[in-house]
Structures are given as structure tokens and as C-alpha cells.
Design a binder for this molecule. Structure first.
Ligand SMILES: [Zn+2]
Length: 471
């Protein structure tokens, strides 16, 4: 290291120590390989680098360092380790747990576990769910729709240290009713006119949502133009209040309608047909974020045919209560299984990944569309936290490089979180949300499961200690 740089580093660090506000703490990660997922050239990896964190922000990122200056600081030996920005899951739902009781509209197990009990459990279990996210290296999540108490979940995360940062949408503005999910504060509300849509948006805006979310369901015989007009009115109202419009639209014609209506965030893949030039042009025009959610296309069938098995990461880092419930089908008597589930269990054919969705993902990435990693966690078979590794594996199998995958889960995830000024890259001045890995995330996305430490808001967590603290 040239002498001049060393002096600069010392001066910077001395200033940092002097300026330390009461209670703020200094953390030094020394000699690690820093990964810059926002870059595309050879400088993505910055070896032998030291990161200095002061309070909840990154103070400096510098090549080599003067370790002798770090008295009083927490020093983490970064040699042989990789540091990435904290991961973001751009699509989760806290009102759902991932177990088989969590979507009675898909599989009605009320006779075994009443749905009200399941949702009450999920609400009471938020602190544990927050911890499994952190233990999986996820320092930010977007809850893209649920009951009005989603806003309280965001408030709780904001005052809980061991919790990811959270952006939320309120109840989904939907084309159809979903009565089995209505416990008095429904996550999905049917809207059949522009007036009703605007009234619901107004109610949600009172709670300062990060997104207005539309569940743009399309069934044969639906008046697509009428529904597009509702989505547009709702989107215009969101935009007028400086809120973003997120849309569930899984068919090509519906996704195009959503984009014409102003969607900023498509929260699923187009699964039914290959995307075309018109779709790409609309997506570019909106600068849309595109969240593929590949694994959730398989997860219901896997879980409800009793073929779901925990991955090694899930065995270590999923909520143990949920893991224990994943085998419940073995215990549930045949007469208490929903008919569809009984059929799935009998057929028990291996489920296959969504081929068209995977092809579309690659095509859209090549077209320069911003891809955001998201799991749809909480849905049946998609457990909170470690299911990110299932999703990222499928993204890699779609033809994305490990760097593409990492970027989608960090730099682009920060955009979905609405915090790309503060998160998603490792640089001086940014919030200190980082993950320290024992293996190279650019060799394989699976290495994102090899977590040594997680840092959120300047606080260091051992993932195992987080899991041990969950009852
Ligand atoms: Zn979802």
C-alpha cells in the first residue's frame, strides 16, 4: 500500500473514531474479498479489502489496511471470506407461513387446523420469522400484499433490531373474491369498478404503503379492457401519491395490460407464453422491475403431494415450527384431506420447473429488464428465509450467471425495497447491511447459503445464534 494512501486511511479512521456518537460502535472487516454486484467488469471482486463500519453506516472501503489502528473496534478477520450487500427478497407474505394450512383457498385443511388459528400463529410468530430471514442473509424484504395488519408488521420490523427492513403493500386489489381467506381483515379484496378501486387505494394510502398491489386475475370470458381501466385508475392514484404500482399478472396478455396501466413492478413471471417484442418495449418504457418467482410454481404440488423435503439450508435455517409441520400429511387421516390433496398424493408425479417462465427470465435479462429475486415466501412449500436458495438455483438454471443472480438479490432488490440510494452496493456512506460468506458467490449461487455472519444496520449476527434464539 502506498504511504500516501495509508496516511489517508489513518486520517479517515482517526476522524471516524473521534466522531463516534454515544453508543455507536466501530466494526472492521479486514482483508476480505468485497463483491460489487452493481459492476460488470473485472472490478466486481475487490480482494484484500477492509470495510470500516461506524454505527449503522459504512465509513470506508479500502484496499489493504492498518489493522493496528483498530483498538476498541470489533475486528472480523475477513481473510478467505467474501462480503456482499445484504440480500433482499422482493416478494414475500408474512400472513402466510409456508405450511400446508396457510392457503385454505388452495387446500382446505380447516378440519385439521382452523385457518384463523394459522393466521393468528403467523401474526404472533413475526419475531421468529424476522430472525429466519436474517439468518438466511436477507436484510430486506418486500411484503407484496396481505391484510391491513401488514402495516403493523412493518412497524414492528422497524423497531426490531433482529429483523429485515421491510417495504409493504396492503390488501390486494383483486378481480375475484377469495372468501376462504377472509377473517375480517382480508388480504384480497374484490374490486369491480373504478370507484371501488379508488376508495380502497384511499384507505391504503392512509397507512403509507410502499406499493399498491393489484391481483390481476384473468379468466376466460373476463372483460380485460374493463379490468385494465380499473388497474390504470388505481395505478394513476398510486402514482399521484408517489407510490408504486405492483401487479400480479402471469399471462402475457394480462401482463401487457398491466404494463399499459402503468405497472412499476411485475411480481411474477409471464408463465403461459414466450414474451414478445411488444412486452419488452412496454417493460422498458415503464422501467419495470420483474420478479420471476419460479419455485412457487412447483411448491404447492410438492408440499400437497407429500413430496416436499427440506434442503440442507432449510433444515438449518427455516423456522423449526414450520419444518415440523411440513410432514403433517403423513398424520392426517384420509377423510380429513381435501379431495384435491388426496388426488395429488395418489398421483405423486415429479413436479417440473416452469419452463416458459425460465426462458422468459433469460430473454428479459438479455433485453436489459431489471430482474429482482423474490420467492413468494409464505405460500405453501415456500418457507420464509432459506427458500431463497431454491429460487436462486432455478434462476441460475434459467441461464443467469451467479453474478446476475446476486445482482437481482442485492442491487436490484434494493430498488424493489425503494432504498437503492442507501442499500444494494458496498460503498462509503451506505447503510451497513452486509453478508460475510465462507465461499465465493460468483462461483455458484448456492454459495450464498454459506453464511459466516450477517450485518444489519451495523449489528453483527451469527446465523446459528439467531436460529438458537428461536423457541
Ligand atoms: Zn405473492
Amino acid at each position: 500500500m502506498p504511504a500516501k494512501l495509508l496516511i489517508a486511511a489513518i486520517a479517515l479512521f482517526a476522524t471516524a473514531v473521534q466522531a463516534e456518537p454515544p453508543g455507536a460502535h466501530t466494526i472492521v472487516i479486514a482483508g476480505a474479498t468485497v463483491v460489487h454486484p452493481e459492476r460488470t467488469g473485472a472490478d466486481v471482486l475487490e480482494p484484500d479489502t477492509t470495510i470500516i463500519i461506524q454505527g449503522n453506516r459504512i465509513q470506508a472501503v479500502m484496499q489493504h489496511t492498518a489493522i493496528e489502528l483498530t483498538q476498541g473496534a470489533t475486528v472480523i478477520d475477513g481473510r478467505g471470506k467474501w462480503v456482499i450487500p445484504g440480500l433482499v427478497d422482493g416478494h414475500v407474505h408474512f400472513f402466510q407461513s409456508g405450511n400446508i394450512y396457510t392457503r385454505p383457498d388452495a387446500a382446505d385443511f380447516n378440519a385439521v387446523v382452523p385457518y384463523a388459528q394459522e393466521v393468528a400463529r403467523n401474526k404472533a410468530r413475526l419475531d421468529a420469522t424476522f430472525k429466519v430471514w436474517l439468518a438466511s442473509g436477507v436484510t430486506g424484504v418486500v411484503d407484496i400484499g396481505g391484510p391491513f395488519w401488514n402495516f403493523e408488521a412493518r412497524d414492528r420490523a422497524a423497531v426490531t433490531a433482529a429483523a429485515p427492513r421491510m417495504a409493504v403493500a396492503g390488501p390486494l386489489i383483486s378481480m375475484i373474491e377469495d372468501p376462504p381467506l377472509d377473517l375480517g381483515d382480508p388480504p384480497i379484496i374484490r374490486i369491480d369498478s373504478i370507484e371501488a378501486g379508488l376508495a380502497l387505494v384511499a384507505r391504503e394510502l392512509e397507512r403509507n404503503p410502499d406499493y399498491i398491489k393489484v391481483w390481476f386475475i384473468y379468466q376466460a370470458g373476463d372483460d380485460l379492457a374493463k379490468n385494465e381501466a380499473i388497474v390504470k385508475a388505481v395505478g394513476d392514484a398510486a402514482h399521484a401519491a408517489a407510490k408504486k404500482l405492483a401487479v400480479h399478472a402471469t399471462e402475457l396478455i394480462v401482463a401487457k395490460a398491466a404494463l399499459r396501466a402503468g405497472a412499476d413492478y411485475l411480481v411474477h413471471s409471464v408463465f403461459d407464453e414466450p414474451v414478445d417484442d411488444e412486452f419488452i418495449a412496454l417493460a422498458r418504457h415503464n422501467k419495470v422491475l420483474y420478479c420471476p418467482t419460479l419455485f412457487v410454481e412447483q411448491s404447492y404440488e410438492l408440499a400437497l403431494s407429500n413430496q416436499w423435503r427440506a434442503t440442507p439450508e432449510e433444515a438449518r435455517r427455516a423456522d423449526p415450527q414450520i419444518l415440523a409441520a411440513m410432514d403433517d400429511l403423513n398424520e392426517i387421516p384420509a377423510d380429513k384431506r381435501p379431495k384435491g390433496v388426496a388426488r395429488l398424493m395418489q398421483a405423486a408425479k415429479p413436479s417440473v420447473p416452469p419452463a416458459i417462465g425460465m426462458q422468459n427470465l433469460r430473454k428479459l435479462l438479455d433485453a436489459g429488464i431489471t430482474v429482482v429475486m423474490g420467492t413468494d415466501a409464505g405460500n405453501i412449500g415456500v418457507v420464509h428465509g432459506p427458500s431463497i436458495l431454491r429460487e436462486m438455483r432455478l434462476m441460475q438454471e434459467s441461464g443467469l450467471t451467479p453474478l446476475d443472480v446476486l445482482r437481482s438479490a442485492t442491487t436490484n432488490g434494493a430498488m424493489a425495497l425503494g432504498k437503492d440510494d442507501d442499500l444494494g452496493v458496498i460503498a462509503a456512506g451506505r447503510l451497513a447491511d452486509l453478508v460475510i460468506l465462507d465461499a465465493d458467490p460468483l462461483a455458484d449461487s448456492g454459495n450464498l447459503g454459506r453464511i459466516y455472519r450477517v450485518i444489519k444496520d451495523g449489528v453483527v449476527y451469527d446465523p446459528q445464534a439467531l436460529m438458537d434464539s428461536i423457541q
